[in-house]
Design a protein around this ligand. Structure first.
Ligand code: GAL
Length: 829
């Protein structure tokens, strides 16, 4: 069926290409453009078996399951305390997996070049086409392409592609990696004369309000056995309108590559910024005898930026503080199988809090993440490695370093360097070798490679702090200039000094590194469980005090207070960190650890916890309270957020916090009686009341110049009785890919959220679609994310619905013992 579909779509493409030839003078982009890439995601067969070590042993008896990629088999498994992946890896198993796919290729493509592109396979993939070995790629996060033309059967005969994925040696990651063909796969068919893979490089060396120079460096590949005389035209479009174009004639030798340079100008350029991420598109066309034979599209942005030693990050002449978050690549309950809508939802939630930067910790991201950051306006720190030659876990990339690091880094640079959202290259995170001369040699090598492929962005590294101690000792050390800096920081290899944590030391940066700008590559590591609160909020806890504290030994529930009062010992609270970043202009900004919770690295507890507590947003996508502190500081939105919930024991003293902005004061009322007026003093970021609990209504009123700005209330909830379903989108595309994220709230009979409800909820779906994920955000839950039932955490749960190829109604029903059932309809169009 897929093959049929592919055939049809190819025929359509060919027709469009013909049309394109005739319409080449058209001024609208979609009139002429034909994408040479076709999705190759559907109808793969999959088999997971640790015992098969060689592809030849896959026999007729092997049990294959049909699925679409992107696919992550680890997320389908059971949490296992003894998993070789370890707690860091999320206690989910890797293993050895096989994928295969049968397909036909049009006879007329036999004169063309056909390649298969994998955007990322975790890890150690090996690929065969019709029995021919194409190669191996150990790194799970980088894309790679194999040309398959000469091994293909054209016309009616089948072709078979086999992919072996070996993620069996564990541990190989400090976080949950996922396993399998977890990013998109494409088939690309081109003429023998074509733009090479990642063959365009677009820079804008001079940008003013009146004019921007736009330079194109394009690599043309000629796979013909004779030389060719061709015309290369690069046309810039803004939306659908042609802006300008440049043409050049070339003679390219047989079986040769040639890089050509074209210069162009855009009058009155519309600049890319965080608020208005304006994009342009360059369409490169190769013509032979006046016929267009290849088209290649590159999105780019026109913007001017620098990292300034005194003013931090300057974008289009304006100082912009980078308010960033670090993100791992997993998508919570969906595991590491990428889905564009799921990434987009994460970014939307982060934008809502005022985030303007993403660090792709600690590896090249899915291409779709960068495309979304281009479109949505994020300042990306694009990171290459979590280790160099010296490993952090036994079977990690350190073992592949010698053979692969150069190729992996170059491919990342070629792949990502046109993205306007990418503003810096990070060559590594907390590299153990940063402390010795071997690290200096490698840092210099990587920086040279990076600048060879892109001189427009600074090279940085996320280094460990020079010191990790209390503030007085830090001050003393820094004042005595007695600090042991990482040799790579002092080596001159980096254009931008990046430190993780140690926010107390940032103020001394200019003294120690005169002339080199600064970015806080990683900060905070605050810890919270959504909706859980310790009684006393105004003490700071550095956890873990002891790593061996277990579930049963005085930490019932493995919970962490959601007041901003708990931090990893190497980190700081959210408020303390932001106060420092905010204070000094020369600090370009920060990337907080982390935007979302992620699977693995459960800190401060280990098993039975299986996912992190670091997120400002939990694993399901529900914001923790501190989200609103940032929103009050980082957005124009008027905020008044009070917490905790209002279900306590009568007489118990409860610390009530408020995050607010655009107001002078907040007054709190309990059952109509004032509890007091509070205002933020100095650099305060919240206000607090100690309130003896009585059931009822707690109401906060923020005022400016005596006038009410906002009012908000929380109420004591009665017994859980109802379920409420809310879809983030009630209409989705019927493309077997799109998602609707449905929030389940457990309410009392008056509609108040039951803040301690942890009912098990059962889901069923009618219609052509499926439930692809369930999650509550509870780091201790061992229920499958792939099931159809899940236990809520503190009144909330998430269920994710995916469309099929068929249009129609999808009716989701949620049931729980003792609660009224609820349903919602989602339409697939
Ligand atoms: C950092 C590290 C991150 C994560 C974090 C947890 O040191 O770079 O990957 O492990 O600690 O706090």
């Amino acid at each position: 069926m897929t093959n049929k579909r592919k055939k049809i779509s190819k025929t359509v493409s060919l027709l469009m290409l013909t049309a394109g030839i005739l319409l080449s003078s058209c001024s609208k982009k979609e009139d002429v453009f034909v994408d040479r890439k076709v999705s190759f995601n559907s109808d793969w067969s999959f088999h997971l078996n640790d015992s098969i070590a060689d592809k030849d042993t896959i026999g007729a008896t092997t049990k294959w399951r049909t699925l679409n990629v992107p696919h992550d088999w680890s997320i389908e498994g059971k949490f296992d305390e003894k998993s070789p992946a370890g707690y860091g890896g999320g206690s989910l198993n890797g293993g050895l997996g096989w994928y295969k796919k049968t397909f036909k290729v049009n006879a007329e493509d036999s004169t063309k070049v056909t390649s298969i592109t994998f955007d990322g396979v975790y890890k150690n993939s090996e690929v065969w086409i019709n029995g021919h070995y194409l190669g191996k790629r150990p790194n799970g996060y980088i894309g790679f392409q194999y040309e398959i033309s000469k091994y293909l059967n054209y016309g009616d005969k089948n072709n078979e592609i086999i992919v072996k994925v070996d993620n069996s040696k564990q541990p190989n990651s400090r976080w949950y990696s996922g396993s399998g063909i977890f990013r998109n796969v494409w088939i690309e068919t081109t003429d023998k004369l074509h733009v090479a893979q990642w063959g365009t490089y677009i820079t804008t060396p001079k940008v003013t309000a009146e004019k921007a120079s736009v330079n194109f460096e394009t690599t043309i590949q000629n796979q013909n056995s004779e030389s060719k005389k061709a015309t290369i035209t690069t046309t810039i479009f803004k939306e659908d309108t042609k802006v300008t174009s440049v043409t050049q004639n070339i003679i390219i030798g047989a079986n040769a590559n040639q890089t050509i340079k074209q210069l162009s100008e855009v009058e009155n350029p519309v600049l890319w910024s965080v608020e208005k991420p304006e994009l342009y598109t360059a369409v490169t066309e190769i013509s032979l005898d006046d016929k267009i034979i290849d088209q290649y599209k590159t999105n780019f942005g026109i913007r001017d930026f620098k990292f300034d030693v005194n003013k931090g990050f300057i974008l289009n002449g304006k100082q912009v503080k980078i308010k960033g978050v670090c993100m791992h690549h997993d998508l919570g309950p969906l595991g590491s199988a990428i889905n564009t809508r799921a990434i987009e939802r994460q970014l939307e939630i982060l934008k809502g809090m005022g985030v303007n930067g993403i660090r792709t910790s600690h590896n090249p991201p899915a291409p779709e993440l960068l495309e979304l950051c281009d479109k949505m306006g994020f300042i990306v720190m694009d990171e290459a490695f979590d280790m160099w030659k010296q490993s952090k876990t036994k079977y990690d990339y350190g073992n592949d370093w010698d053979k692969w690091h150069k190729k992996d880094l170059v491919d990342q640079l070629l792949r990502d360097r046109n993205h306007p959202s990418v503003f810096m290259w990070s060559i590594g995170n907390e590299i153990p070798q940063q402390w010795d001369e071997s690290g200096v040699t490698i840092a210099k090598e990587l920086a040279v490679i990076t600048r060879q492929y892109d001189k427009t962005r600074p090279v940085t590294a996320a280094m460990n702090p020079p010191v990790n101690m209390n503030i007085d000792a830090v001050t003393l050390q820094f004042e005595q200039k007695n600090v042991q800096f990482n040799p790579i920081a002092k080596s001159g290899a980096l254009d931008l000094i990046g430190y993780n944590y140690a926010h107390q030391t940032y103020q001394y940066h200019q003294k120690n590194f005169p002339g080199v700008p600064f970015i806080a590559t990683e900060t905070t590591s605050g810890l919270e469980t959504r909706g859980y609160y310790d009684a006393v909020s105004d003490t700071i806890k550095k956890w873990p005090v002891r790593w061996d504290l277990k579930f049963t030994e005085g930490n019932p529930g493995n919970t962490v207070s959601a007041y901003d009062q708990v931090q990893a010992p190497w980190g700081s609270t959210h408020e303390a960190t932001w106060k420092v970043i905010k204070k000094y202009d020369f600090l370009s900004g920060m990337y907080i650890w982390t935007g979302f919770d992620y699977i693995g690295e459960p800190t401060p507890y280990e098993w039975p916890s299986v996912s992190s507590y670091f997120g400002i947003v939990d694993l399901a996508g529900f914001p923790k309270d501190v989200y609103y502190m940032y929103q009050s500081e980082w957005t124009d939105k008027t905020v008044l957020h009070i917490f905790p919930h209002w279900n306590w024991k009568t007489g118990q003293t409860v610390d009530v916090w408020a995050y607010y902005n655009n107001a002078d004061e907040v007054e709190l009322f309990l059952n109509g009686k004032s509890v007091g007026i509070r205002s933020k003093k100095g650099d305060d970021l919240h206000v607090m009341w100690k309130v003896p609990f009585q059931p009822g209504t707690l109401k906060a009123v923020s005022r400016k110049n005596g006038k009410t700005v906002l009012e908000t209330e929380i109420k004591t909830a009665g017994n859980p009785s109802n379920l409420k379903l809310t879809a983030d989108r009630s209409t989705i595309k019927a493309d077997a890919n799109d998602l609707s994220f449905v929030t389940v709230d457990i309410l009392d009979d008056k509609g108040t959220l039951a803040p301690n409800a942890n009912n098990e909820i059962q889901f069923s779906l009618k219609g052509n679609g499926k439930i692809v994920g369930v999650c509550s955000g509870d780091p201790v839950s061992h229920e499958s994310y792939k099931g159809t039932k899940h236990t809520a955490l503190n009144g909330k749960c998430l269920v994710i619905i995916q469309s099929s190829n068929k249009t129609g109604r999808l009716e989701l029903t949620a049931k729980a013992n003792g609660l009224k059932e609820a349903a919602i309809v989602i339409t697939a169009e």
